[in-house]
Design a protein around this ligand. Sequence first.
Ligand code: AMP
Ligand code: GLY
Length: 420
Amino acid sequence: MNILILGGGGREHSLAWAVKQNPKCDRLIVAPGNAGIAQLAECAQIDIENGAALVDFASQNAIDFVIIGPEAPLAAGVADALRDAGFLTFGPSQAAARLEASKAFTKEICDVAQAPTAAYARFDDPQAAKDYIRAQGAPIVVKADGLAAGKGVIVAMDLDEALDAIDDMFGGSFGSAGAEVVIEEFMTGEEASYFILCDGENVLPIGTAQDHKRVGDGDTGPNTGGMGAYSPAPVLSDDIARKALDEIVIPTMQAMADRGTPYQGVLYAGLMIENGQPRLVEYNVRFGDPECQVLMMRLGAQALDLMLATAQGRLDQVSVNWANDHAMTVVMAAQGYPGSYIKGTEINGLDALPQDSHNMCFHAGTQQVDGQIIATGGRVLNVTARGDTLADAQKRAYAMIDQIDWPDGFYRRDIGWRAL
Ligand code: AMP
Ligand code: GLY
């Protein structure tokens, strides 16, 4: 079949890598792709948030299956446009994508589903929000309602920080995303991510992961999109995962179906675990980046069969072929990230890296210019490895990093410390 993947980061490189290994895949196109993706698929420059343009492209290229990587096209309704035009598509409708696009919506659904999550209140007026914060006290969490590229959450350890966050959000720092805020109870515990395929009716868990959000070793410094991840997450034991499924995920999916907006795609549940009890931090309506990289490393070619079953509504007929393995990805970023960083620096040594079922260097922000790979983004490479143990995966990942010659990049040296 002819497959189109939307996106151009490390997540999409790992999706393309897994899909390409499946004999069902004949032609693979990724839009827009990147330099790493170009080594295994065709890359196309199309506006991936424009449903009509995508429908034209899919028709012209006889596409049989579309996989949507990032949240922005989902929130823009691209899955609806493609499905309306008859294209089999992996990813939720615009209405179901609100589980990520609106934090207030997610809280409403949790109320209906009676899913354990932080207590909250929502405000569209800054004064009322501040009064509430003063009454609650710190620590407290302030969230812009809408999509804010991962920057719309302020975990305020003191009152001033929380009050400043209100000024920022209502002051327009987050555009329309900040016109409404959700203020939440601060939850303590250990965070983990749970990935579940949902076809509108059935659910199928496909793995757990933990990421490292802070830029520096020891989980210090500013937040990033994620500096590394590993799977499985030991904190999400089978028992706790089962609880999360029964108390949070399945009731949420039921609530979405009941309101006439069934959810189809991968659901990424960010959980806080304390004393054996999972609570929902947030939903994302897509794979995590870089969590996808470790999941794809572990799933390999079957990922395509599972995504097809999701889109075709037959998740009850498939199962995951689990291996007793571990995967880790270490992000290499451009010096300065997550602040302003230099672009256009040369990366060497990639050709000599192993590329097999246990070792892959997925590309995020790269481009090839005159035969040279250059860094074009903040997060640039995702060095990913699989092993019998997490320590083994870690050893392989850092061994690959040692072979990469990129003086303008940096990475954390302690990915996986919590689990190891
Ligand atoms: P979100 O975008 O909702 O995942 O929030 C980003 C990060 O903020 C999460 O991964 C948590 O580390 C933290 N966070 C969000 N909500 C809460 C909460 N209610 N209590 C504690 N930490 C939170
Ligand atoms: N790594 C966090 C995310 O993809 O949202």
